[in-house]
Design a protein around this ligand. Structure first.
Ligand SMILES: *[C@@H]1O[C@H](CO)[C@@H](O)[C@H](O)[C@H]1NC(C)=O
Ligand SMILES: *[C@@H]1O[C@H](CO)[C@@H](O)[C@H](O)[C@H]1NC(C)=O
Ligand SMILES: *[C@@H]1O[C@H](CO)[C@@H](O)[C@H](O)[C@H]1NC(C)=O
Ligand SMILES: *[C@@H]1O[C@H](CO)[C@@H](O)[C@H](O)[C@H]1NC(C)=O
Ligand SMILES: *[C@@H]1O[C@H](CO)[C@@H](O)[C@H](O)[C@H]1NC(C)=O
Ligand SMILES: *[C@@H]1O[C@H](CO)[C@@H](O)[C@H](O)[C@H]1NC(C)=O
Length: 237
């Protein structure tokens, strides 16, 4: 017999893995000065960014609050829908920054390609756009927009930059966390049934989704099966 203490140790390890607490979301503790409430929120996977949103399928309206910190004070934050692709090119962006280091402004940009961008209208209707600064240096973009009918999900892109020159956001860093700042925004509320193999780049609201979560889940599963197998082997041999 391999000694009961090694069985106990393995059992303990398995139990610790199995009962590892659900990853709690930072976004659920975020509140807004206006007391505005949203149905769902996400801790986005990069750039310490957060998206709060409500989606009304019957009138195809998405309302959001996007929370992030500029790369440096005086920089900018951006959140976008890309109706035509998954990256920056084609993004319909809401960009906020502190104008003259005081009031926070929000502007819209149709980003057709990399390079200098100009304020422009978006390919969809937006309203109630506003922005504010929090005491810790974060900025918040609020807005409502009309999305495609029965959209289901959208390609979202977000970004932070360090500088605004003459009212123009300057280019952001090209670190992995900048380049990976995009994923799929699932609009409908999660039903509570975890999808069998969530793509690591898909955010599901109220589901833990910090990097590595899906692999933790599958690790749990394989530990679980290994444990069952081990127990069976011990009991039935
Ligand atoms: C900044 O403070 C707001 C509350 O004012 C909070 O929701 C947010 O998570 C904070 N951001 C960071 C990066 O700590
Ligand atoms: C969604 O929009 C429809 C049409 O404007 C409205 O009747 C309904 O109350 C809205 N639903 C929610 C949850 O606000
Ligand atoms: C859709 O309904 C919501 C309320 O749920 C409202 O805030 C929004 O303005 C409506 N959208 C349009 C396009 O009327
Ligand atoms: C910023 O301040 C400068 C100088 O006071 C002024 O000319 C400019 O219009 C201001 N810009 C904005 C966007 O308010
Ligand atoms: C932005 O607008 C200015 C002034 O209209 C123009 O000179 C410039 O070429 C535009 N830049 C881009 C990238 O469209
Ligand atoms: C956005 O830019 C692209 C490329 O310049 C252009 O084809 C498209 O019409 C623009 N969309 C809007 C709403 O202006």
């Amino acid at each position: 017999m391999a000694s009961s203490s090694s069985v106990a140790v393995l059992g303990l390890c398995v139990c610790l893995v199995l009962i590892s607490p659900a990853v709690s979301l930072t976004c659920t503790s975020q509140t807004f000065k206006s007391n505005q409430k949203f149905d769902q929120c996400l801790d986005l996977p990069t750039l310490d960014s957060y998206l709060h949103f409500s989606y009304n399928a019957s009138n195809s309206t998405l309302s959001i609050a996007f929370v992030a910190s500029p790369a440096k004070p005086g920089g900018w934050i951006a959140w976008a829908i890309n109706p035509t692709g998954t990256g920056m090119a084609g993004s319909q962006a809401l960009v906020a920054y502190k104008s003259n280091n005081t009031a926070v402004v929000v502007k819209t940009y149709n980003i057709s390609s990399y390079g200098p961008i100009n304020e422009s209208r978006l390919s969809f209707e937006t309203w109630h756009l506003s922005a504010e600064a929090t005491s810790n240096g974060s900025l918040i973009i609020y807005g409502s927009m009309k999305v495609a009918e029965k959209a289901g999900k959208l390609n979202q892109v977000w970004q932070v930059g360090s500088e605004v020159k003459d009212g123009n956001p300057q280019k952001h860093a090209f670190q992995p966390q900048n380049l990976n700042a995009k994923d799929t925004l699932v609009l409908e509320k999660a039903t509570g049934t975890p999808s069998p193999s969530p793509s690591p780049s898909t955010s599901t609201a109220h589901a833990p989704e910090k990097g590595g979560q899906s692999s933790i889940k599958s690790n749990n599963l394989s530990f679980f099966f290994a444990f069952i197998f081990f127990i069976s082997a011990v009991f039935f041999s």
